[in-house]
Design a protein around this ligand. Structure first.
Ligand code: G6P
Length: 362
């Protein structure tokens, strides 16, 4: 059965490994002849929206951060991403033409539901839930629902749901952008990109030994660690550091590479692991200089760099796909890094202390 861990020691590792297959499943279900295939009413509502709000918690919030960049680039729709538990009690100014997208693996998160209730009853705006669980509360209560097709996710630390959320956001944003005649949306070859991304993820999961070794050398004993990046790489830095915190209990922080020097660099000591993510050409050099700054303060620098931007001495080189798809590939390294750090430190990967898979209280 899909929820059987088979020969795997932990569900998390199984779910990490499933990600290339999930990409292909999403491609099969939501792409037809290179055109995104969704309910027509949903696409009309999204296209008519002059402002999108993406709502989520935890990992889903992080997938929303990537979604903002996708909707702004591919569909040119202004997008705001909000933490559900904060937004639920804010006094936002919701303009006419707004639409709300709820990202939730479980579809049961109470914080997100609280925003959905307000969106429906108070702001009276169209709503969409993107979830891994058909028929979940958020799926039933929104005007529209799209299923992630990631298959059951059992490990508390979310992996394949995050990448599935981003994949679905790419397709939705492209669908809207093509109707709005946005060049970036018209130019992206979705079939090609999805196939290449699935293959690139496969390359990363096939290189587990290398990531395990880097985790051994850098994360076995450390008290803290940083992930840094810019733009989409920053968004992935947040998610990769959340993975590390959740299961290995290393105090990890994801930081905007350029912002580090404005205060937080004070925390860098001899041996502090700083993992830089470099997949975007426009910011690669700047992130490299930020890594240089921490290196000269004694940090253990590890970098994750996409092919084409790699230089001598880079540690983890990942295959290149369209830059907007790179989070789908780079995050897999972060997931595996967290997995191996946790094994080394002797904790239960699938059942971290204090955490629940879905949180149905506010
Ligand atoms: C819990 C889980 C997180 C998850 C968050 C949001 O806190 O431990 O892994 O990201 O809820 O869950 P959702 O099901 O709404 O995506």
């Amino acid at each position: 059965a899909a929820a059987d861990k088979g020969a795997y020691p932990y569900y998390m590792l199984k779910e990490i490994d499933e990600q290339p297959a999930v990409m292909r499943r999403i491609q099969g279900k939501y792409l037809d002849n290179n055109e995104p295939k969704f309910d027509a009413k949903l696409i009309k509502q999204l296209t008519d929206a002059t402002k999108l709000y993406i709502v989520g918690a935890g990992t889903s919030y992080h997938a929303g951060l990537v979604g903002k960049k996708l909707f702004e680039k591919l569909a040119k729709t202004p997008t705001e991403v909000v933490v559900a538990s904060e937004f639920a009690y804010d006094d936002p100014i919701i303009e006419d033409g707004a639409m709300f997208i709820f990202l939730s693996q479980s579809g049961e998160t109470a914080d997100s539901r609280q925003v959905l209730v307000r969106a429906t009853n108070e702001w009276k705006v169209p709503t969409l839930t993107i979830t891994n669980v058909d028929n979940s509360t958020l799926a039933r209560e929104a005007d529209n629902a799209v299923t992630l097709e990631a298959g059951p996710e059992i490990a508390v630390a979310s992996t394949k749901a995050y990448t599935a959320q981003i994949a679905v956001e790419v397709l939705l944003a492209t669908a809207v952008g093509r109707i709005k005649d946005i060049t970036a949306a018209k130019e992206i070859d979705l079939n090609e990109q999805f196939s290449q991304t699935a293959n690139a993820m496969q390359v990363v999961v096939d290189e587990k030994d290398q990531i395990q070794k880097i985790a051994e050398d850098n994360l076995a004993k450390t008290r803290n660690a940083f992930y840094i990046g810019r733009g989409l790489d920053y968004n992935v830095a947040l998610e990769a550091s959340l993975k590390l915190k959740e299961i290995s209990y290393i105090q990890a922080e994801g930081f905007a590479a350029g912002e580090l020097k404005h205060g937080t660099i004070a925390l860098i000591e001899k041996g502090t692991p700083v993992i830089g993510i470099i997949t975007q050409a426009a910011t690669a050099d700047n992130t490299r200089s930020n890594l240089q700054e921490v290196l000269s303060r004694g940090a253990n620098v590890i970098n994750i760099v996409r092919e084409g931007l790699a230089k001598d001495g880079d540690q983890i080189i990942i295959p290149s796909v369209d830059e907007i798809m790179m989070p789908l590939v780079s995050v897999v390294v972060g997931q595996l890094m967290a997995y191996y750090a946790t094994l080394l430190r002797g904790y239960n990967v699938d059942q971290p202390r204090n955490l629940a898979k879905s949180v149905t209280v506010e």
